[in-house]
Design a protein around this ligand. Sequence first.
Ligand SMILES: [Mg+2]
Length: 219
Amino acid sequence: MVVVFDMDDTLFPEHAFVLSALATAGDYALKKWGVAGFADQAIALFQAGQRKGIFQEAFLRLEREPMTIEQVHELLQVYRTHAPIALPWFPDALRAMQAISQSHPLALISDGFLPTQSNKAKALGIERWIPEPVFTEALGREFWKPSPKAFELVMQRHPRENFMYVADNASKDFIAPNALGWRTVQVRRHEGQYRNTPAAPLGQPQQIISSLDELILLI
Ligand SMILES: [Mg+2]
Protein backbone atom coordinates (compact mmCIF):
# COMPACT_ATOMS: atom_id res chain seq x y z
CA MET A 1 0.00 0.00 0.00
CA VAL A 2 1.21 3.48 -0.89
CA VAL A 3 0.58 5.95 1.93
CA VAL A 4 -0.17 9.37 0.45
CA PHE A 5 -0.19 12.49 2.59
CA ASP A 6 -1.70 15.94 2.33
CA MET A 7 0.76 18.63 3.50
CA ASP A 8 -0.81 21.74 5.09
CA ASP A 9 -2.23 21.08 8.56
CA THR A 10 -1.54 17.37 8.09
CA LEU A 11 2.26 17.38 8.31
CA PHE A 12 2.83 20.88 9.71
CA PRO A 13 0.74 23.75 11.11
CA GLU A 14 0.02 26.01 8.13
CA HIS A 15 -0.16 29.07 10.37
CA ALA A 16 3.62 28.77 10.82
CA PHE A 17 4.00 29.60 7.13
CA VAL A 18 1.44 32.40 7.34
CA LEU A 19 3.25 34.14 10.21
CA SER A 20 6.61 33.85 8.46
CA ALA A 21 5.19 35.13 5.14
CA LEU A 22 3.39 38.06 6.80
CA ALA A 23 6.64 39.07 8.53
CA THR A 24 8.35 39.12 5.12
CA ALA A 25 5.47 41.10 3.61
CA GLY A 26 5.92 43.57 6.49
CA ASP A 27 9.63 44.01 5.68
CA TYR A 28 8.67 44.65 2.07
CA ALA A 29 6.00 47.24 2.97
CA LEU A 30 8.51 49.10 5.11
CA LYS A 31 11.26 49.14 2.48
CA LYS A 32 9.03 49.83 -0.50
CA TRP A 33 6.40 52.20 0.91
CA GLY A 34 7.82 53.26 4.28
CA VAL A 35 4.92 51.57 6.10
CA ALA A 36 6.04 50.61 9.61
CA GLY A 37 4.15 48.09 11.75
CA PHE A 38 2.43 46.29 8.90
CA ALA A 39 3.41 42.75 9.96
CA ASP A 40 2.25 43.28 13.56
CA GLN A 41 -1.15 44.49 12.37
CA ALA A 42 -1.54 41.73 9.79
CA ILE A 43 -0.51 39.02 12.24
CA ALA A 44 -2.92 40.36 14.88
CA LEU A 45 -5.77 40.22 12.34
CA PHE A 46 -4.83 36.68 11.32
CA GLN A 47 -4.67 35.55 14.92
CA ALA A 48 -8.07 37.10 15.55
CA GLY A 49 -9.46 34.80 12.86
CA GLN A 50 -9.56 37.06 9.80
CA ARG A 51 -8.77 35.21 6.56
CA LYS A 52 -9.70 37.71 3.84
CA GLY A 53 -8.68 41.30 3.19
CA ILE A 54 -5.93 41.22 5.82
CA PHE A 55 -3.52 43.42 3.83
CA GLN A 56 -6.04 46.20 3.23
CA GLU A 57 -7.33 46.11 6.79
CA ALA A 58 -3.79 46.29 8.21
CA PHE A 59 -3.10 49.36 6.04
CA LEU A 60 -6.30 51.05 7.25
CA ARG A 61 -5.41 50.35 10.85
CA LEU A 62 -2.10 52.05 10.30
CA GLU A 63 -4.09 55.04 9.05
CA ARG A 64 -2.66 54.77 5.58
CA GLU A 65 -4.46 55.43 2.33
CA PRO A 66 -6.23 52.29 1.11
CA MET A 67 -3.88 50.07 -0.90
CA THR A 68 -4.13 50.22 -4.67
CA ILE A 69 -4.91 47.00 -6.55
CA GLU A 70 -1.30 47.02 -7.75
CA GLN A 71 0.00 47.22 -4.19
CA VAL A 72 -2.24 44.35 -3.12
CA HIS A 73 -0.96 42.22 -5.99
CA GLU A 74 2.62 43.15 -5.24
CA LEU A 75 2.29 42.19 -1.61
CA LEU A 76 0.43 38.97 -2.50
CA GLN A 77 3.32 38.10 -4.79
CA VAL A 78 5.78 38.63 -1.92
CA TYR A 79 3.58 36.49 0.33
CA ARG A 80 3.12 33.65 -2.14
CA THR A 81 6.77 33.45 -3.17
CA HIS A 82 8.02 33.62 0.41
CA ALA A 83 10.53 30.81 1.00
CA PRO A 84 10.99 30.11 4.72
CA ILE A 85 14.30 28.47 5.64
CA ALA A 86 12.55 25.94 7.83
CA LEU A 87 9.04 25.07 9.01
CA PRO A 88 8.11 23.03 12.09
CA TRP A 89 6.67 19.53 11.62
CA PHE A 90 3.93 18.27 13.86
CA PRO A 91 6.00 15.90 16.04
CA ASP A 92 3.55 13.02 15.42
CA ALA A 93 3.80 13.60 11.65
CA LEU A 94 7.58 13.36 11.75
CA ARG A 95 7.41 10.17 13.82
CA ALA A 96 4.88 8.66 11.40
CA MET A 97 6.98 9.58 8.37
CA GLN A 98 10.09 8.01 9.89
CA ALA A 99 8.29 4.82 10.90
CA ILE A 100 6.08 4.25 7.84
CA SER A 101 8.83 5.01 5.32
CA GLN A 102 10.58 1.83 6.55
CA SER A 103 7.79 -0.38 5.24
CA HIS A 104 5.66 1.54 2.69
CA PRO A 105 6.17 3.75 -0.33
CA LEU A 106 5.11 7.32 0.47
CA ALA A 107 3.66 10.08 -1.69
CA LEU A 108 2.27 13.59 -1.25
CA ILE A 109 -0.60 15.49 -2.89
CA SER A 110 -0.89 19.15 -1.96
CA ASP A 111 -3.22 21.90 -3.11
CA GLY A 112 -2.50 25.61 -3.40
CA PHE A 113 -0.46 28.18 -5.24
CA LEU A 114 2.92 27.39 -6.70
CA PRO A 115 5.60 28.23 -5.70
CA THR A 116 4.13 28.56 -2.18
CA GLN A 117 3.52 24.83 -1.85
CA SER A 118 6.88 23.89 -3.27
CA ASN A 119 8.64 26.35 -0.92
CA LYS A 120 6.81 24.82 2.05
CA ALA A 121 7.86 21.30 0.98
CA LYS A 122 11.49 22.45 0.71
CA ALA A 123 11.38 24.10 4.13
CA LEU A 124 10.03 20.86 5.62
CA GLY A 125 12.61 18.72 3.84
CA ILE A 126 9.84 16.52 2.40
CA GLU A 127 12.20 15.16 -0.26
CA ARG A 128 13.98 13.09 2.40
CA TRP A 129 11.00 10.74 2.13
CA ILE A 130 9.10 11.80 -0.96
CA PRO A 131 11.27 12.73 -3.93
CA GLU A 132 8.37 13.66 -6.23
CA PRO A 133 5.59 15.42 -4.33
CA VAL A 134 2.54 16.21 -6.48
CA PHE A 135 1.38 19.84 -6.41
CA THR A 136 -2.08 20.06 -7.95
CA GLU A 137 -1.39 23.53 -9.35
CA ALA A 138 1.56 22.17 -11.36
CA LEU A 139 -1.00 20.09 -13.28
CA GLY A 140 -3.24 23.13 -13.87
CA ARG A 141 -5.43 25.41 -11.76
CA GLU A 142 -8.51 23.35 -12.68
CA PHE A 143 -6.91 20.28 -11.07
CA TRP A 144 -6.94 21.57 -7.49
CA LYS A 145 -8.84 19.22 -5.19
CA PRO A 146 -11.44 17.81 -5.43
CA SER A 147 -10.23 16.97 -8.97
CA PRO A 148 -9.06 13.32 -9.23
CA LYS A 149 -6.16 14.25 -11.55
CA ALA A 150 -3.35 14.27 -8.94
CA PHE A 151 -4.64 11.03 -7.40
CA GLU A 152 -4.70 9.34 -10.81
CA LEU A 153 -1.12 10.50 -11.40
CA VAL A 154 0.02 8.85 -8.18
CA MET A 155 -1.79 5.65 -9.23
CA GLN A 156 0.02 5.68 -12.58
CA ARG A 157 3.33 5.98 -10.77
CA HIS A 158 2.57 2.93 -8.63
CA PRO A 159 0.82 0.32 -10.77
CA ARG A 160 -0.86 -2.64 -9.03
CA GLU A 161 -0.80 -0.97 -5.61
CA ASN A 162 -3.42 -0.04 -3.05
CA PHE A 163 -3.55 3.51 -1.72
CA MET A 164 -4.37 5.42 1.42
CA TYR A 165 -4.85 9.20 1.60
CA VAL A 166 -4.20 10.91 4.91
CA ALA A 167 -5.43 14.50 5.17
CA ASP A 168 -7.21 17.00 7.42
CA ASN A 169 -9.96 18.82 5.49
CA ALA A 170 -13.17 16.86 4.93
CA SER A 171 -14.67 19.60 2.72
CA LYS A 172 -12.35 18.70 -0.19
CA ASP A 173 -9.67 16.12 0.60
CA PHE A 174 -11.52 12.80 0.45
CA ILE A 175 -13.92 13.14 -2.51
CA ALA A 176 -11.48 11.99 -5.22
CA PRO A 177 -9.69 9.24 -3.28
CA ASN A 178 -13.04 7.81 -2.09
CA ALA A 179 -14.24 7.71 -5.70
CA LEU A 180 -11.03 5.96 -6.81
CA GLY A 181 -11.33 3.24 -4.17
CA TRP A 182 -8.57 4.47 -1.85
CA ARG A 183 -8.67 4.17 1.92
CA THR A 184 -9.18 7.63 3.41
CA VAL A 185 -8.09 8.74 6.86
CA GLN A 186 -8.71 12.13 8.44
CA VAL A 187 -6.30 13.41 11.08
CA ARG A 188 -8.43 15.50 13.36
CA ARG A 189 -6.09 17.09 15.85
CA HIS A 190 -7.39 18.87 18.89
CA GLU A 191 -6.22 22.27 17.56
CA GLY A 192 -6.93 21.43 13.90
CA GLN A 193 -7.93 24.33 11.67
CA TYR A 194 -10.53 22.23 9.76
CA ARG A 195 -11.50 20.00 12.67
CA ASN A 196 -15.17 20.98 12.47
CA THR A 197 -15.45 21.70 8.74
CA PRO A 198 -18.40 19.65 7.46
CA ALA A 199 -17.61 16.84 5.03
CA ALA A 200 -18.51 17.23 1.37
CA PRO A 201 -21.10 14.85 -0.07
CA LEU A 202 -19.21 11.60 -0.81
CA GLY A 203 -16.24 13.21 0.93
CA GLN A 204 -16.50 11.54 4.33
CA PRO A 205 -13.23 10.07 5.55
CA GLN A 206 -13.49 6.33 6.18
CA GLN A 207 -11.49 6.58 9.37
CA ILE A 208 -10.71 9.43 11.77
CA ILE A 209 -7.67 9.61 14.03
CA SER A 210 -6.56 12.33 16.42
CA SER A 211 -2.84 12.10 15.72
CA LEU A 212 -0.61 10.46 13.14
CA ASP A 213 0.82 8.24 15.87
CA GLU A 214 -2.41 6.26 15.43
CA LEU A 215 -1.73 5.87 11.70
CA ILE A 216 1.03 3.35 12.35
CA LEU A 217 -1.57 1.06 13.92
CA LEU A 218 -3.96 1.39 10.95
CA ILE A 219 -1.63 0.29 8.16
MG1 LIG B 1 -4.60 20.20 4.58
